[in-house]
Design a protein around this ligand. Sequence first.
Ligand SMILES: [Zn+2]
Ligand SMILES: [Zn+2]
Length: 574
Amino acid sequence: MNAAGAASVLAEIAMLLEVVGGDPFRARAFQNAARRLEGSGADVEGLAASGELTSLPGIGDAIAAIVEELVRTGRSGMHERLVAETPVGLYDLMKIKGLGAKRIRTLYAELGIDSLDALEEAARAGRITTLPGFGPKTVTSILEGVASVRGMRGKRRIVHALEVAERLVEHVRTLPGVSAAELAGPLRRRMEVVSSIDLVAATDRAEEVLAAFRTLGEHTAGGAEREGRAEVRFSDGFAASLACVPADRFGAALAVWTGSEAHVAELAERARERGLTLGPEGLGGVATPTEEALYEALGLAWIPPELREGWGEVDAAAAGTLPRLVELADLRGTFHCHTTFSDGRATLAEMAEGARARGWSYLGIADHSQAASYAGGLTPAAVKKQNREIDAWNREVGKGSFRLFKGTEADILADGTLDFPDATLASFDYVVGSIHSAFKQSERAQTDRLIRAIQNPRLTILGHATGRLLLGRSGYPVDVRAVIDAAAENGVAVEINADPRRLDIDWRHARYAAERGVLVPINPDAHSVAGLDNVAWGVNVARKAWLPARGVLNTWELKEVEDYFAQRKQARKT
Ligand SMILES: [Zn+2]
Ligand SMILES: [Zn+2]
């Protein structure tokens, strides 16, 4: 288990201690430790082995013992005891945004509310407003929260599903009689949110393999089962399935279980034209041990899984015009990163070294602007200081082989203006503009606000354009296509914010942006050195959007990016 894994268990312990244990002080220590560990990239396994976990900030003896246990056994006795004491329904309450451990504790202790249903009923019956600190506004937001948690049930963000999926694939590969196993389904297509992990295995001992697989979940989902396939569910409703086929049909089954409905329908249509039927059982009597064999039998080039959405990829594969998609290794740097100047946890120099260690040749620093006081936004004076530090670093450390760019993540204010005086904006190499406030405008007003920012000649890159948080909030209402059209007209780039909670803009819009000739940088919105690795999630989005490397601004070489920013600045003057 790594630092991030340990952090998420500690954070859950904190929540449970406060809600069920009623011990907010102890909870705070766990919360603090989780925050310090998360994104720290600390080598917890090494530190546990040498007994040095307490050298980490925020980790005392008691918490170190739990982290050590997690590293050694993958579980924690304390965590398991708390989970056993906690009514299952309380977990759903913990997902309601803005409710928080303290209020859940009150609802549970005072009214015995331990599930979404109980909460909804109490809210509607007016019983909640009898509690101190629960006004009519809270009741409205609780009811909205209940509805939104119901909508999220059984779903996970890709970041939380993929790690489990990779472990499951490894496990299935070790089962006796399995000659091959692969991830399939929406997760293999790298969808941003999924409700299941779907696997396909090649085996002649399907019954035994499926029986072993059924023991992995908390209960089996009988209804979804069919011959040669098992599905299990976890306590949060998330599912995992395994389909077993003989090795000579593995390729066809993998493709059928991977593609979207539309993609598979197009494949089946091509099979029909050849007098064959295609289904999970294979391609008629044709041997398809690999996916390549299947696609070839249908007269198609192999199609990268991310593209298998029924969005023209089958025609492109037939015509030999599939794009060569961007890869993680194509990136040369990135542009949207925070440091200790605002709400980041690493210094300028640490972020630069982190970027260098990833083989990049530049990094753009984009700390928050002054309106973002909650995030330590920079005043114009602080910007001057940071820009001097960046110049000094480039001169003394970067020395032409690596460059820090001077940027900012300037708030787009409610009226669409950027949150710095023009002289300050002019002092940056580039400007990212993002909305962090006034979410509750109409779609028309929000769209106009973004377009006004895009028309500002100082803006270089539009940040997280819709403000969505996956499985959190849907983002402000906005006509994304109109915003992209404006970006195309004004030569403004539109980022893929690669924070796995955001993935904003969505791949469906990123594809439209690319078609309109808009450059799409992949930005990690990193708040730590480890956060730089968020770019991998953004690469998935870019690939789903059909983007070749050239369409992603941060695959460009240092010199090209320098010229691009210089040209943009030049163009602004005229
Ligand atoms: Zn932001
Ligand atoms: Zn940011």
